[in-house]
Design a protein around this ligand. Structure first.
Ligand code: BGC
Length: 510
């Protein structure tokens, strides 16, 4: 029965089969779910700095911004109402991901993606046509629901479709699409901010319909994953699909493992209660801490506020928008490093290397800003000096783009056993969204109070998370997804939480 099975370096099985064109395209289409998330991250900052948008929807903020003449660069942009507009979406996404968990489990991954796409589409239309704050907020909530559904289902879909040894590469397609979405949004804002009639913001917000249409239509043609088909009782379809995506009929062993995982999962009636059991402690800890740490790298300070930050260090309007475009490009291209290395060098290596790089850059940027602006926040700095700061910010962004960015979505999607996978992914999404919200909301105030120390603050967190990874995250590259429990069982710390009889792989206890 062991067919062509071999063990790989990580001690997991290696199933027969190769990467087929079919699986490649299925993953490409599904990854486009990342576009809607990325587009949104990149678009709001620019829109909320457009005068025509502010004077129409937030006249008080607009007046205040025009009136306030402060020389303290750190405190120039502090406005809670406006940041609430940006970050409200993340609250909606947080709540939606819990509903998405049930849809993903009961109806399959594909319908969850569809639900995400179509809700986002409606939200984009309402936002583009907004006449009052109510329409604006309603649109934001729908966009948030869309993101909640897509981020819940896409990473799980990708990890289930991919052959184990290419799972990193295919899953990171999602992060790549996020970065493409951010970059496209930066460019679009740059163009629409120059539209004279004052309706540029409508174009920016309305164009969100494009990525939404891509994932909505795309999800309709996507096949569901064998794991989900078995979970929902479609055994034959699952076999056909597995052999189609692996490009071989020699799928017995992988199929048996999937069935065993599904049998196991049927004994779990309440994933939300079960996930708190001792044997899942490792996975639960990761589902909470990985997204928490990802946001505590401080990356969204750059993604949301790059133009503001660059204005703070003295760039003119146009130059700061251009710098934001540059960081967007770096973010996108650096993602390829993880695409090619996550399955070879491994997740741990990237986490540790990327974390160290980010930490060094944060110390340098904080110090460079501190030297010039001190605590008073008053200074004019030379162009060369500002360029130097932007350079180190780019190196920091690159470090994130090949570590915590993609791995923050990849690792949580591959570590859960089937029975709690959807629930686990919801926790991941909602923790991520919650802290995206918190940082989005608190950044301007933090900058005003911590000043250049803000970079040290995030640097401190990066140090903590890097040590955490070194001690507590086992390597998951190349391990078949339904065998992941073996990895936890072998870990020096987490192994203590898992009893021998809790380890079922391919129907056998180990
Ligand atoms: C994070 C986002 C971030 C983006 C930057 C994603 O992995 O979840 O919060 O804005 O990466 O590329």
């Amino acid at each position: 029965m062991a067919g062509g099975i071999i063990m790989n370096q990580s001690g997991g099985k290696e199933y027969p089969g190769k990467m087929t064109l079919f699986v490649f395209f299925a993953c490409l289409v599904a990854s486009s779910g990342g576009l809607i998330f990325g587009y949104d991250i990149g678009i709001s900052g620019g829109v909320t700095s457009m005068d025509s948008f502010l004077s129409k929807f937030f006249p008080s903020v607009y007046r205040k911004e025009k009136e306030v003449v402060t020389t303290n660069q750190y405190c120039k942009f502090d406005s809670q109402l406006l940041t609430l507009f940006t970050s409200s979406l993340y609250l909606a996404a947080l709540i939606a991901s819990f509903f998405a968990s049930a849809v993903t489990r009961v109806f399959g991954r594909k319908w969850s993606m569809f639900a995400g796409g179509i809700t986002f589409l409606v939200g984009a239309a309402i936002n583009g046509a907004a006449e009052n704050v109510f329409m604006l907020i309603l649109g934001r909530i729908l966009l948030g629901i869309g993101v909640g559904f897509a981020n819940q289902s896409v990473p799980v879909y990708l990890s289930e479709m991919a052959p184990a040894k290419l799972r990193g590469m295919l899953n990171i397609g999602f992060q790549l699409m996020i970065t493409i979405g951010i970059f496209a949004a930066n460019l679009i804002n740059y163009g629409t901010s120059k539209i004279a009639g004052g309706w540029g913001w409508r174009v920016s917000l309305g164009l969100a319909a494009v990525p939404a249409a891509i994932i909505t239509v795309g999800s309709l043609i996507l096949p569901d994953t064998p794991n989900s088909l078995i979970e929902r009782g479609h055994d034959e379809k699952a076999q056909t699909m597995l052999s189609k995506i692996r490009g071989t009929t020699d799928i017995r062993d992988e199929y048996d493992d999937l069935v065993a995982a599904s049998e196991e999962s049927k004994t779990v009636k309440h994933p939300w209660r079960n996930i708190t059991e001792k044997k899942y402690r490792a996975q639960l800890t990761m589902a909470i801490l990985i997204p928490f740490f990802q946001q505590l790298t401080g990356i969204n300070v750059i993604m949301f506020y790059a133009p503001v930050l660059f204005k703070t260090i003295g760039f003119a309007d146009d130059a700061s928008l251009v710098s934001a475009v540059i960081t967007g490009l770096v973010n996108m291209f650096a993602t390829f490093v993880s695409i090619i290395s996550a399955d070879k060098a491994g997740r741990r290596f990237l986490f540790l290397q990327g974390g160290t790089q980010m930490l060094i850059c944060q110390i340098i940027v904080g110090t460079l800003i501190g030297i010039q602006f001190g605590t008073s926040g008053v200074a004019t700095i030379s162009r060369g000096y500002a360029v130097c700061i932007v350079f180190f910010i780019c190196v920091y962004v690159a470090g994130f783009a090949w570590s915590w960015g993609p791995l923050g979505w990849l690792v949580p999607s591959e570590i859960f056993p089937l029975e709690i996978r959807s629930a686990g992914q919801s926790i991941n999404v909602s923790v991520n969204m919650f802290f995206t919200f918190v940082i989005g909301q608190a950044f301007l105030t933090l900058l005003c109070h911590l000043k250049f120390g803000l970079f040290y603050f995030f640097g401190g967190w990066v140090l903590i998370m890097t040590v955490f990874i070194a001690l507590f995250l086992p390597e998951t590259k190349n391990v078949p997804i339904e065998e992941m429990v073996l990895v936890w069982k072998r870990h020096w710390f987490w192994g203590n939480f898992i009893a021998n009889e809790d380890v079922h792989v391919g129907g056998n206890k180990v």
